[in-house]
Design a protein around this ligand. Structure first.
Ligand code: GAP
Length: 460
């Protein structure tokens, strides 16, 4: 039997422990749409907070939360109506639809599509039924809907496929209201929607997902330096949050794979190891968008989007963008810390199994920071344990668990990445102390209840 890949184990853990559920599951699910459960939403919020705090702490970066629905002309100006497409092929036999570049990748030919590669597709058959494939055609990824009660062409709008455009259209509002001068950046986190031809690989490629984007407005002459600075800053963010550096790398985009808006682009890739041919995949992109976006919006909206340089000369600012996916980051963080320990490491109880799972999530990201585990359900112990819970729960996301043997409860907390477990035992009733166990070292400290708050202040 083929050994399960790490991604399969993470998908299973995510479902059973309440991180990520298939959406609409009781109706059979909705292809590649997912819901975040109680632990998933905590983890995702922690990732977003870590990104936000890091980004708006950089010089001259401010935040924004723009609407998902925008004027339809925005997407004409941005080039998305014309050029936000993926190469599509159909199977003539089973009518399956596939992305041409993905088929090439799965056949070990080339990771990204270039029209010249269409020739290589001639030898590739449908991966589902072996049937013949059609010629490549371009498929637009934007979802459309109607605004107002009339379903007519005039009321058709798009559901944003990237958050960036809301930043460009607010560029002057932000600059003027905040009295900013170039260079400055605008950061935003929000949902984006793409009608992907072949979503898949769990939350890696979905039709509804979330982005963390930052647009930095600069003079053209400063673009290269700013691009390189952000490239480093963004890689440092993942490393600082504990991602193994061997699982991360940069990949420059070739000229023929650049998005329609990009002059230059580099991806930060993570080793997702989905399959033999799908190892390092895009986690985040850093793009030099030149003056494409603001020039286009100036042209299409008739608004003046210029600023003045030190010589009072008018110019349209250039843009360096960092664009990461919240969901891809969530998956990378989960996969990177998923560890199986053969033979188990809990030796004190019978609950030891062949394999123990530990999620060594960075403390800042862990969904639950502290678990309170009374040794027994006896009333006097529960009462004290609940007091301890109350005193900590207003400062840290804390879980109370009194069911099953203590060994099993430790294992449950290890599986969801809880950095600290606090056990309240019968001695605690006498000495007013509890035992704090560290997830990673399994070292135990006996700490006075009165000093617990300070103890954890030092730890977090
Ligand atoms: N504003 C530029 C932009 O949107 P992108 O490379 O198309 O660039 C940026 O997307 C990031 O958004 C990707 O690196 C990825 O993390 C995330 N992303 C894109 N499409 C996605 C999808 N279908 N599902 C999940 N995340 C996605």
């Amino acid at each position: 039997m083929e050994k399960l890949r790490k991604i399969d184990k993470v998908v299973n853990l995510a479902k059973t422990r309440g991180f990520i559920f298939p959406s609409s599951e009781i109706y059979g699910g909705l292809n590649s749409i997912y819901d975040y459960g109680p632990l998933g939403v905590e983890l995702k919020n922690n990732i977003k907070k870590a990104w936000w705090d890091y980004m708006v702490a950089q010089e001259n970066v401010v935040g924004l939360d723009s609407a998902i629905l925008m004027h339809p002309k925005i997407w004409e100006a941005s080039g998305h109506v014309e050029g936000f497409t993926d190469p599509l092929v159909d199977c003539k036999k089973c009518k399956g639809r596939f992305r041409a570049d993905h088929l090439l990748e799965q056949n070990g030919i080339k990771p990204d599509f270039n029209p010249k590669d269409a020739k290589a597709l001639k030898d590739i058959k449908c991966p589902e039924c072996g049937g013949q494939l059609t010629e490549v055609r371009q498929f637009n990824l934007m979802f459309k809907t109607f605004m107002g009660p009339v379903e007519a062409k005039a009321s058709q709008i798009y559901i944003r496929p990237e958050t960036a455009q809301g930043i460009y259209t607010n560029f002057l509002n932000v600059m003027d209201s905040q009295r900013l001068k170039i260079p400055f950046g605008i950061a935003q986190i929000g949902k984006a929607f793409r009608n992907e031809i072949t979503p898949g690989n769990f939350i890696f490629r979905m039709r509804e997902f979330e982005q963390m984007e930052m647009q930095y407005f600069v003079q053209k002459k400063d673009t290269t330096k700013v691009f390189n600075d952000w490239k480093k800053l963004r890689m440092d963010w993942y490393l600082d949050l504990g991602v193994n550096k061997n699982n991360l790398k940069f990949r420059d985009h070739g000229k023929d794979e650049l998005a329609h808006y990009a002059k230059k682009a580099v991806d930060i890739e993570y080793n997702f190891d989905f399959s033999k041919n799908e190892t390092f995949k895009e986690l985040e992109g850093i793009h030099d968008r030149g003056d494409w976006d603001l020039s286009q919006h100036q042209k299409h909206s008739n608004a003046k989007l210029t600023v003045r340089d030190e010589n009072n000369k008018e110019y349209i600012p250039h843009i360096v963008e960092t664009s990461g996916g919240v969901d891809r980051a969530t998956l990378a963080f989960l996969m990177d810390v998923y560890e199986e320990i053969e033979g188990g490491r809990t030796t004190t109880t019978k609950s030891t199994k062949d394999v123990e799972v530990v999620l060594k999530l960075d403390k800042r990201l862990a969904p639950i920071k502290i678990a309170i585990l009374p040794l027994s359900k006896k009333e006097n112990l529960s009462k004290l344990a609940k007091q301890v819970f109350k005193s900590l729960a207003s400062h840290y996301r804390t879980m109370y668990d009194e069911t099953q043997a203590i060994g099993r409860r430790y294992r449950r907390q290890d599986e969801i990445g809880t950095p600290y477990c606090v056990t309240v035992d019968f001695e605690s009733l006498e000495d007013k102390k509890v035992t704090v166990r560290d997830r990673d070292t399994m070292k135990q400290d006996r700490v006075a209840i009165a000093e617990l708050e300070q103890y954890f202040k030092d730890k977090f």
